[in-house]
Design a protein around this ligand. Structure first.
Ligand code: ASP
Length: 440
């Protein structure tokens, strides 16, 4: 009988949509936490935190376990998938566009965050009442110098993300060059290595999906602790944060992309009329990669981009060009700093700009990838997510609502990829602008 009930719960749990379960974890956690905040004595709250802490901490540990392997393997696989032959003028233009728009998006994100200061006054404390680690971000010159690892094994074992990214990119590009080698023997083994690494990256994504099965419970515990300790005063700041993120996304759409199209005498409104299908798909699926087939079809059929450009730039864009993710990272990191009472200093903001660009490049085009990248951004600016710390509590709040952020940022990610191929095609004189005419 008990066995039956148990398997009933298990099949209900695994049979229900993950997103719904995570949202349920968030809402239930908030309800339980608010109930405790109002009705329980401080001693009861403390013992509740004591009993449940383990279940939240294990979730944080699981996430941290996977972050280095995911970044390392997926970046190598991503960089190695570009054939050097494609890196001609069109390739360079595309990469330059990706880089410039990423930096613009982070600037917009930071401007919104610094003007509106989400999270100020929240005063989140850790489960143990500690205020998180003191932010001792190293000076910028040291950050830049340390991007080049002196010992990659040491960087991997310490989880130093910037050197890991640097090495993975260098390794991936070198592997791409070897895959193209004239000697069949060399290219065969290089391709074999590439396939192995790509499979290893896929394996890591599978593990991430597995860990996410635990997310509803992890989020429930972490959120209930936050609300039990902070009370309902955290709801307002979270709504405000959501508004800030969406404001950043919309600003980038109209100001950033509007300007790029304007340079080429094209209108963002025509673009939205003719090309809205991929952004909508992205909003719903929360995955640039899953949206890719639609993105390719619509840019070719409705917006006049030649296949020679879309077929190579869009797949790369779906993995490396993530303006929405960059905006999300910038704004949410400022929020976390404010929420734990350690507003980001100038040096940290500069580091954030560099790291968020790299994190957006490193994020895979799958749901929730950006939230994982947030862990490495926080690490790099000297606010590591450690079990029981205030930073972990603030991070959990954001993670609980990630689906909401993910929809918006993926939508902008895909839009940015489309604008990129349009701009590059137009600059090459290869855009069929007749497709842009609206029916009279
Ligand atoms: N879901 C996003 C995408 O596919 C990545 C992210 O989580 O930021 O573009």
């Amino acid at each position: 009988m008990a066995e039956q009930a148990k398997s009933g719960f298990m099949s209900w749990y695994f049979g229900t949509n993950l997103l719904i379960r995570i949202m349920a974890g968030l809402v239930l956690g908030a309800v339980v936490g608010i109930f405790m905040a109002f009705s329980a004595s401080p001693e009861t709250v403390a013992s509740f935190v004591g009993y449940t802490k383990f279940f939240g901490d294990i979730f944080v540990n699981l996430l941290k376990m996977i972050v280095v392997p995911v970044i390392f393997l997926s970046l190598i696989a991503g960089a190695a998938s570009i054939t050097p032959g494609q890196l001609g003028r069109v390739g360079l233009k595309t990469l330059l566009y990706y880089l410039i728009t990423s930096i613009i998006s982070i600037s917009i994100g930071l401007t919104v965050a610094l003007l509106l200061q989400p999270g100020v006054g929240l005063g989140i404390t850790g489960a143990e009442g500690i205020a998180g680690k003191a932010a001792t971000a190293p000076p910028l010159s040291t950050v830049l110098l340390n991007i080049v690892p002196t010992n990659i094994i040491a960087s991997l074992s310490k989880g130093d993300v910037l050197p890991i990214i640097f090495f993975a990119l260098v390794f991936g590009i070198s592997l791409a060059i070897l895959r193209d080698n004239k000697d069949d023997h060399v290219s065969k083994y290089a391709t074999m290595l590439y396939n192995l690494i790509a499979t290893a990256a896929e394996t890591m994504y599978l593990i991430v999906r597995g860990i996410m099965q635990y997310a509803p419970i992890g989020v429930f515990v972490l959120i209930s602790v936050v609300f039990a300790q902070q009370g309902p005063k955290v709801i307002g700041p979270l709504v405000f944060l959501t508004l800030c993120v969406y404001l950043g996304l919309v600003l980038h759409l109209f100001v950033g992309y509007g300007a790029v199209l304007g340079v080429f005498k094209l209108s963002i409104f025509n673009f939205l009329r003719k090309g809205n299908e991929p952004p909508i798909m992205a909003f719903v699926t929360r995955s640039s990669s899953a949206t890719l087939p639609v993105t390719m079809r619509v840019t070719e059929e409705n917006l006049g981009v030649p296949r020679s450009i879309s077929s190579f730039a869009l797949p790369i864009g779906a993995t490396v060009n993530m303006d929405g993710t960059a905006i999300y990272l910038a704004i949410c990191t400022v929020f976390i700093g404010n929420a734990v009472g350690m507003p980001l200093q100038f040096d940290q903001l500069v580091t954030l700009t560099v790291v968020a660009t790299l994190a957006a490049i490193g994020a895979a085009g799958v749901p929730g990838a950006g939230a994982l990248m947030m862990l490495m951004v926080l690490e790099a600016i000297g606010m590591p997510v450690e079990a029981g710390s205030a930073v972990a509590a603030a991070y959990a709040m954001i993670l609980g609502m990630d689906a909401l952020f993910d929809m918006g940022r993926t939508c902008l990610n895909v839009t940015g990829d489309m604008i990129g191929v349009i701009a590059v095609s137009k600059s090459e004189g290869q855009l069929d602008t007749s497709k842009w005419q609206l029916p009279a």
